[in-house]
Design a protein around this ligand. Structure first.
Ligand SMILES: NC(=O)c1ccc[n+]([C@@H]2O[C@H](COP(=O)([O-])OP(=O)(O)OC[C@H]3O[C@@H](n4cnc5c(N)ncnc54)[C@H](O)[C@@H]3O)[C@@H](O)[C@H]2O)c1
Length: 275
């Protein structure tokens, strides 16, 4: 039975990109709310043009330790979101171990920089493959299990402020994150009859290895006017948000507190999108 302290008690959540950053924060927060966790991460290099370090197996092991520290179970595996069959196999294992699947957070993503006509076909394709096809792979893996469990549920796809407002210098990333919105809203309508809600979350600068990627500043140096597309937002807070603040929104969307909300784009942006 769920309680105000454990609104996800008895439920099971699948989280991608779980080794660090926002994904780890979501795992721990959902576990603290009572959910058992199924977690994946590539734990290694995923896109050749990234200007920041890849995650490691040790980081995924730390997520496992933190979730267990919350008193919950976790099934974690090194799987790339581009590996559809790998995700399907893990969901099957999770069904066997936990008997149900209620929540999915498609969080894994990559960001790198370059003007649209100057990036290589490889740079374009890798970002689209991870950020958009990777989310579709996750949906294809989890939805049949969620329908079969018959308990309704909540799917949360992590897009970006750049999935609502296009910015210069990372058009391939914007295209992938706009794509996540279309996928989210079509799926929300298709899954309505099963009581499964589907929403997207749109963070702005967040304090993670991706959010601290310094290669963005090289782009601003070469094209100073681009900086006008990245206002600091309306609130007098730290420029990079703590990942836990995004987890607050993910937890709300995962819980029954948001039971009327589906096919929605929830900003986590301090008003940036309106400025
Ligand atoms: N940090 C920001 O400022 C920011 C802003 C808006 C949106 N986002 C989005 O938030 C999400 C989480 O990013 P973060 O800030 O925690 O970044 P991060 O780089 O710190 O963490 C991302 C995690 O996803 C994993 N991952 C990446 N590609 C993968 C793949 N192909 N398969 C499996 N795992 C993979 C990485 O290994 C890493 O552990 C991403 O979708 C990102 O686009 C981030």
């Amino acid at each position: 039975m769920t309680t105000p302290e454990a609104p996800l008690s008895g439920r099971v959540a699948y989280v991608t990109g779980a080794a660090r950053g926002q994904g780890r924060s979501h795992c721990v927060r959902l576990a603290r709310a009572g959910a058992d966790i199924v977690a994946i991460d590539a734990c290694g290099p995923v896109a050749a043009h990234n200007g920041y370090e890849p995650s490691t197996p040790e980081e995924l092991a730390e997520t496992v330790r933190l979730v267990e520290g919350e008193g919950r179970k976790i099934l974690a595996k090194e799987i790339d979101v581009r590996d559809l069959e790998g995700q399907q196999r893990l969901v099957a294992d999770a069904q066997e171990q936990f008997g149900r699947l209620d929540i999915a957070v498609a969080n894994a993503g990559v960001l790198n920089w370059g003007r649209l006509w100057e990036i290589s076909a490889e740079q374009w394709q890798q970002v689209l493959d991870v950020n958009l096809t990777g989310v579709w792979n996750t949906m294809k893996a989890v939805v049949p299990a969620m329908i079969e469990a018959g308990n309704g549920g909540s799917i949360i796809n992590v897009s970006s402020a750049a999935g609502i407002k296009a910015v210069p210098g990372c058009g391939h990333y914007c295209a992938s994150k706009f794509g996540v919105v279309g996928l989210t809203n079509s799926l929300a309508i298709e899954l309505g009859e099963y009581g499964i809600r589907v929403n997207s979350v749109h963070p702005y600068g967040t304090d993670t290895p991706m959010g601290n990627d310094l290669s963005m500043y090289g782009m601003f140096q070469e094209h100073p006017t681009y900086v006008y597309s990245f206002s600091p937002g309306a609130l007098p807070t730290e420029s990079l948000a703590d990942p836990g603040l995004i987890s607050d929104i993910v937890l709300w969307l995962a819980s029954d507190a948001s039971s009327l909300v589906t096919a929605a784009q929830i900003p986590a942006d301090k008003g940036y999108l309106k400025i």
